[in-house]
Design a protein around this ligand. Structure first.
Ligand code: AMP
Length: 114
């Protein structure tokens, strides 16, 4: 099976502005930011989307949320607030089939989302 764009970023085959890395996760700035701060937090394991995460991925999914909050702190978003988004499938707006959590901040977010 072909490797995802984000696996290539993990392997440093495609450049990205990486802001955090640990054994399980990578965080990097989105190439088309939708807010003053727009970071993607991904598992290194290529889970295609949240719907396809396994029971055994639960700790990893928690780690992604925890990491997103730490990255938000590092970017000084905590006081002002921020949004975490996971798009799943066509109606969710998913375009890259490698699970990722969007961290958006630096401006007020509208609700409902588009
Ligand atoms: P989604 O639509 O939820 O699947 O989000 C995919 C995100 O990946 C989009 O916000 C894209 O702008 C972003 N993206 C695509 N290619 C790259 C890249 N090479 N580096 C960083 N972000 C990217």
């Amino acid at each position: 099976m072909s490797r995802t764009l984000f696996e290539k970023i993990v392997a440093r085959e495609i450049p990205a502005q990486i802001i955090h890395e640990d054994d399980l996760a990578l965080a990097f700035h989105d190439i088309h930011p939708q807010a003053p701060v727009h970071v993607l937090v991904i598992p290194k394991k290529p889970i295609p989307r949240i719907a396809e995460a396994c029971e055994s991925d639960q700790a990893l999914l928690g780690h992604l949320m925890w990491t997103a909050a730490r990255v938000a702190e590092k970017l000084e978003l905590t006081a002002g607030g921020y949004r975490l988004v996971i798009n799943n499938g066509a109606n969710g707006g998913e375009t890259v089939p490698h699970l990722h959590c969007h961290l958006l901040g630096g401006r007020p977010m509208a609700w409902p989302p588009g």
